[in-house]
Write a new protein. Structure first.
Length: 95
């Protein structure tokens, strides 16, 4: 799977960093794009939001990003409705 998620659960009362997500092609020492969230889905959404903030120039990495999104959604089909709701909330919050 092109997106790796890890349950971190740091010993703090704030649960917003319980899950960590990054792309599997990234070196562990250089995670230039990563996401955190209270749930696995929210960490992936944060990762994808952060990745989309990078200039989109049609590069090979941009194509891999699109494949990562599709792959994660396909492998987590039951969660895709949750992702859709989270994305919709972000869109509505931006308006």
């Amino acid at each position: 799977m092109p997106i790796v998620t890890t349950y971190v659960c740091p010993p703090i009362p704030d649960r917003s960093h319980d899950w960590h997500a990054h792309f599997d092609w990234q070196c562990a020492d250089d995670l230039s794009c990563e996401g955190y969230g209270e749930t696995e889905e929210s960490a992936v959404i944060d990762l994808l939001s952060n990745a989309l903030e990078v200039d989109l120039d049609g590069s090979e990495q941009e194509g891999v990003l699109e494949m990562a999104i599709a792959g994660w959604l396909a492998s987590n089909a039951k969660s895709s409705a949750v992702v859709d709701r989270e994305c919709q909330r972000e869109i509505e919050g931006d308006e």
